[in-house]
Design a binder for this molecule. Structure first.
Ligand SMILES: [Zn+2]
Length: 470
């Protein structure tokens, strides 16, 4: 039996409701998971929640809630959004899961016994937003670049995980693509970082944070984020923490992450696995940030676009389409409501919707419309794009057929042919029906509901409007 294809999103930090960036990552992972399933591969697709840490502890307190109650509520909000966005994940990982905590403690015990985790001091600038100490090059004007706040200066007892000894091997893995980082620019960025900087040992525990997993060898400390969150990629598969019995799905084939968490995923995470003698991920697939009107979304700027707002306006497949077609996968994307509405009307209501309804209307004048799909194979060019993780180009490939066909209708004028050249009319409409069947097939990973609607319409010979103009 071949190994199932294992794909993950990050485990998202449960300090609030999901935002558009979470939706983007998760839809992209869902598209790839569905694409793999259509190639008759067994797929395990995990998403989940990172639930521990000081920020959550503080936020829960502000809300007058117990941390567990607070994270339960946020987990429910994420799961509800994934349901609305038609995300077909296999399992939702939670770091508060008792079996996960047990596995993490087992790993900590093992690493401590082997001296890989040791007690020391850490003095540095700790950003609560990032939940870690920041190096000088990660600060701008003394502030965390991600969170725009001055990290707290902390000196405290902590347990650290050794990093330096594994740096050379890690560098080789990334150079040789044994740990593949894509798009290429992110690989280049990681390589130059690893060639120029010496990795510092990583603080993996805090002494005065109760909302975490107690270290089994020193219960005055808790761990969260690194060892905790990363290991959820293994425990979600049912892994017990025993490095000699790995799940059948391991190693993970593709991890989709935002570029802001690339560095930790390309250093701390693989080195943790290397310490355990567990194979590292095959691929880290990084994407850019989502901006609005050229700026980072923020409440103060009033330019926040929520996934719920998009769902309300564009529906599930409209939202999935707009997110996946918004720009080159890997680059920063810039969304505004105006541009998204324009795109929705042009590509979905006018482009695809119009094509399908026009052709089906014309086909009703045929004696025997051929609604059989000629092939269940994806064309090679399309396969190449998706196997290369060029999701936006996969959509462009489909929309190229849509616009070519709309042009073909304008040129051949079938409404005239039906009166004076029945044979030609038949030929034109059969070609268009074949194309629409192909479009429905290609849309499956991206817009599953629309794909089903088109296939049903082809059988029935009639269609309700797929997308209403807005
Ligand atoms: Zn930060």
């Amino acid at each position: 039996m071949s190994k199932p294809f294992y794909i993950t999103t990050p485990v998202y930090y449960m300090n609030g409701a999901p935002h558009i960036g979470h939706a983007y990552t998760t839809v992209a992972a869902d598209v790839l998971a569905r694409f793999k399933k259509l190639q008759e591969e067994e797929v395990f697709f995990s998403t989940g929640a990172d639930e521990h840490g000081l920020k959550i502890q503080r936020k829960a307190k502000e809300a007058g809630k117990e941390p567990q109650e607070f994270v339960d509520e946020n987990v429910a909000r994420f799961q509800e959004l994934w349901r609305k966005l038609d995300i077909d994940y296999t399992k939702f990982a939670r770091t508060t899961d008792p079996a996960h905590k047990q596995a993490v403690q087992k790993v900590l015990q093992d690493l401590h016994e082997r001296g890989i985790i040791y007690k020391g001091f850490y003095e540095g600038r700790y950003c609560v937003g990032c939940e870690r100490f920041k190096t000088d090059d990660e600060l701008a004007d003394g502030k965390c670049r991600e969170h725009n706040m001055i990290p707290e200066l902390l000196k405290e007892e902590t347990y650290l995980m050794k990093m330096a000894a594994a740096q050379k091997e890690l560098l080789e893995k990334i150079e040789s693509n044994a740990l593949h980082i894509t798009p290429e620019k992110y690989k280049t960025e990681m390589l130059s970082f690893l060639r120029s900087e010496n990795l510092q040992d990583v603080s993996i525990s805090r002494k005065h944070v109760s909302w975490g997993i107690p270290l089994p060898f020193d219960e005055s400390h808790t761990t969260y984020v690194w060892v905790d969150a990363f290991l959820s990629y293994l425990t979600v598969l049912g892994w017990s923490g025993d490095k000699n019995t790995l799940p059948a799905e391991w190693p993970v084939d593709a991890q989709i992450i935002g570029k802001d968490i690339l560095r930790v995923h390309a250093t701390i995470w693989p080195i943790l696995l290397m310490h355990l003698g567990v194979p590292t991920p095959k691929l880290l697939l990084a994407h850019g940030h989502i901006l609005s009107g050229g700026k980072k979304m923020s409440k103060t700027l009033g330019n926040v676009i929520s996934a719920d707002e998009m769902l309300e306006k564009f529906g599930v497949d409209g939202t999935r389409y707009i997110l996946m077609s918004a720009g080159t996968f890997g680059d920063d994307l810039d969304l505004t409501m105006e541009r998204m509405t324009e795109k929705y009307n042009a590509d979905l209501a006018n482009g695809l919707g119009n094509l399908v309804s026009r052709v089906l209307k014309l086909a009703s004048q045929l004696k025997a419309p051929n609604s059989k799909l000629p092939t269940k194979q994806f064309p090679k060019n399309f396969l190449d794009l998706l196997n290369d993780y060029k999701l936006d180009e996969g959509l462009k490939y489909i929309w190229n057929i849509v616009s070519e066909d709309n042009k073909y209708i304008e040129e051949t004028k079938p409404w005239e042919l039906v009166k004076n050249d029945k044979a030609k009319f038949e030929e034109v409409i059969q070609k268009l029906l074949k194309d629409i069947a192909l479009i429905a097939h290609l849309l499956q990973p991206f817009l599953p509901e629309t794909s089903r609607k088109i296939e049903t319409a082809l059988q029935a010979g009639a269609v309700e409007p797929l997308f209403q103009r807005i």
